[in-house]
Design a protein around this ligand. Structure first.
Ligand code: SME
Length: 159
């Protein structure tokens, strides 16, 4: 199936999976599972801002590092620069943090809260070189917006 078509369905699936819930850990865990299973990536998960570091959040895939300083690695750089970073070959990215030696390419998308501050990142790794491009970036930013709406935006519902 065409990647755009796959993503157009996946965005809707993620949104319907997480909307109406008030459990950020569970919402992110389910979002990671759905993305990972649907797209067959090597590692799919979240790092969440805590002070001056990103702390490991819900993910699917092999074990990963617990914390990343702002400005370090692909994740810390995406946070610091406030932009999606597509890495066709992780060995060409200065300061790349290798949680697994099998990771060959990566994409990192910042996640914003309701105030527009970066609350974390969506990090995806592939065992293939150049697995991600601008099409992935655009659609994963759509998914990140859904996560902003349903996870990082205080709901007016009483708890
Ligand atoms: N490669 C990331 C570190 C996280 S592992 O990929 C899960 C980075 O350079 O920030």
């Amino acid at each position: 199936m065409d990647k755009n078509k796959t993503y157009s369905i996946l965005v809707k699936q993620v949104e319907s999976l997480i909307e109406g819930e008030n459990n950020a850990t569970g919402q992110l865990a389910n979002a990671a599972a759905l993305l990972h299973e649907t797209m067959g990536w090597w590692w799919t998960g979240f790092y969440l801002v805590n002070g001056d570091t990103l702390q490991l959040g819900p993910f699917q895939g092999p074990v990963a590092c617990y914390s990343i300083k702002r400005g370090r690695g692909v994740c810390g750089t995406a946070w610091q620069e406030g932009r999606t970073i597509v890495v066709p070959d992780v060995e060409q990215f200065p300061g790349h943090i290798a949680c697994s030696s099998l990771s060959r390419s990566e994409i990192v998308v910042p996640l914003h809260d309701a105030m527009g501050n970066i609350a974390g990142v969506l990090d995806i790794d592939s065992k293939e070189l150049a697995a991600f491009d601008e099409v992935d970036a655009r659609w994963l930013e759509e998914i990140a917006s859904a996560i902003t709406r349903h996870v990082f935006t205080p709901s007016c519902q009483s708890s």
